[in-house]
Design a protein around this ligand. Structure first.
Ligand code: NDP
Ligand code: 2IT
Length: 443
């Protein structure tokens, strides 16, 4: 089967699943010559098996809102691949959630988890539920009712969900509480729990810190570092906040944050009490990023993205396809050194193609934001040991994991003139999953 035949086959099986098809195409394009060269994998059609999720759950969550009205949502759990360990990946609460987005995230997660070298398979779940504007009681009722179905399908050796967009430590707490009550079992069935519920130190910070550790590795390949660099960030949620915290600690300056309604430009940098205020408005489900501009007298640009603001490093931490072709052109025109995806698949295909042709370094989310799931994996180890490690130990392990992912990208993606991180990450991740699948027997 040629690559085009393969892509036609996938498209015929999953028509209109735009995000899913986009990520399969990108992965196929970067691994295909390598795949063909690995005769045993190719002849056994391992990639054809890998792109099909092992199991897909779709279920109704009905719940009563504060006005006494019945509300209906659709929830998902895609148990994508268990070759390397129990299914592992986040739960997303966002109105745009659909089958295609769940499958794209589940596939990406399978490859990302492989890069961490920890024993985790890949999965993803979520619901088309919008936490914005909901009361605390509504959120808790929704989490309880979602778990009334999900509990049958997960377990510490089966599938271990965690946080993602719209799901914070608070929602994980409610989901964990519901699971414990239904099953009468206090176990590590979710990660991203608070410390009081047996979570890991640094899980909250992990995706953001890990992202900046990865950026440091990338910059070091061109003799640079984060220190004194100007950084643009999109989003202002979990990943964005801890990217900003770590950039500040390393002597850089973050000058933008955003949400779905626009972006804030703070030329002096988001730091100190300003960063603490940003965390507060995000924790308040009715907050918006423009509140920051009002509070500190800086400019808010409605309905715009931050990518035209000059920067050395760009770190998108919001939604899929955040960086389009025009945004990529703006980053290139401003001589941005590197683009490091905090969000999963933050860069549109055409934008990624433009960047590939340039000198700008570009790291895909599956490599750069793997710190979140890596510390989830470390949380699973700590839960099994019934111990909590010191912050310094978790941080040290996180740094080593990010460095190792960078090394894998260089090993498989260095084309002589620059490192193709997309190819490097895809090939390294694919190889580990594929060999595990083959060794378990494919059929
Ligand atoms: P949060 O829910 O904490 O924050 C999401 C942020 O994205 C918010 O600022 C939100 O703004 C913004 N956003 C959502 N939709 C849009 C949009 N259409 N345009 C602009 N901004 C938007 O999520 P996280 O920070 O956890 O996740 C962000 C990204 O990072 C996701 O892609 C996620 O999959 C990925 N990720 C998260 C990890 C984690 O451990 N948290 C680990 C690895 C990756 P608004 O308030 O307007 O919705
Ligand atoms: O995209 C991601 O890697 C996450 N949302 C984290 C998943 C996890 O299991 O910690």
């Amino acid at each position: 089967m040629s690559m085009n035949e393969f892509l036609n086959w996938v498209e015929a099986r999953s028509p209109k699943e735009t995000e899913f098809l986009q990520v399969i195409r990108e992965t196929a394009e970067s691994i295909w010559p390598f795949y063909e060269s690995k005769k045993e994998l190719y002849d056994n059609r391992v990639f054809q098996c890998m792109v099909e999720p092992e199991r897909q759950l779709v279920f109704r969550v009905s719940w009563v809102d504060d006005q006494g009205e019945m509300q209906v949502n659709r929830a998902f759990r895609i148990q994508y691949n268990s070759a390397l360990g129990p299914y592992k990946g986040g739960m997303r609460f966002h109105p745009e959630v659909n089958q295609s987005i769940m499958k794209f995230l589940g596939f990406e997660q399978t490859l990302k988890n492989s890069l961490t070298l920890l024993p985790m398979g890949g999965g993803q779940g979520g619901a088309d539920f919008d936490p914005k504007g909901k009361s605390e009681n509504e959120i808790r009722r929704f989490c309880n009712n979602l778990m009334m179905e999900l509990y049958r399908h997960i377990g510490p050796n089966i599938d271990v969900p965690a946080r993602d967009m719209g799901v914070s430590e608070r929602e994980i707490g409610y989901l964990f509480g519901a699971y414990g009550k239904i099953k009468n079992d206090y176990t590590g069935v979710l990660t991203g729990r608070s410390l009081g519920l047996g979570g890991s130190p640094l899980r909250v910070e992990a995706a953001g810190y890990g992202n900046v550790y990865f950026a440091e590795e990338m910059l070091s390949t061109i003799g640079e570092s984060v220190e004194e660099k100007t950084v643009t960030v999109s989003g202002y949620g979990n990943v964005a906040q801890y990217v900003i915290e770590k950039v500040n600690e390393l002597g850089g300056k973050v000058v933008t944050v955003s949400d779905a309604s626009g972006f804030v430009h703070d030329p002096e940098g988001v730091n100190g009490e300003k960063l603490e205020y940003l965390k507060e408005i995000k924790a308040d489900r009715n907050g918006k990023v423009s509140d920051y501009a009002d509070q500190f007298g800086v400019t808010f640009y409605p309905d715009q993205k931050p990518w035209s603001i000059p920067c050395d490093v760009a770190i998108p931490c919001a939604n899929i396809n955040d960086i389009g072709e025009e945004d990529a052109k703006a980053l290139l025109a401003n001589s941005c050194l590197c683009l490091v995806e905090g969000a999963n698949r933050a860069t549109e295909s055409k934008a990624a193609a433009l960047i590939k042709e340039s000198n700008m370094l570009f790291a895909p989310g599956k490599a750069a934001n793997a710190g979140g799931v890596a510390v989830s994996g470390l949380e699973m180890s700590q839960t099994s040991q019934r111990l909590n490690w010191e912050i310094a130990e978790v941080d040290d392990r996180l740094k080593k994991i990010m460095k190792n992912i960078h090394d894998q990208c260089v090993e498989y993606g260095d084309n002589g003139s620059k490192v193709d991180y997309v190819k490097g990450a895809n090939v390294a991740a694919f190889l580990r999953v594929a060999e595990a699948m083959l060794s378990r027997g494919l059929d």
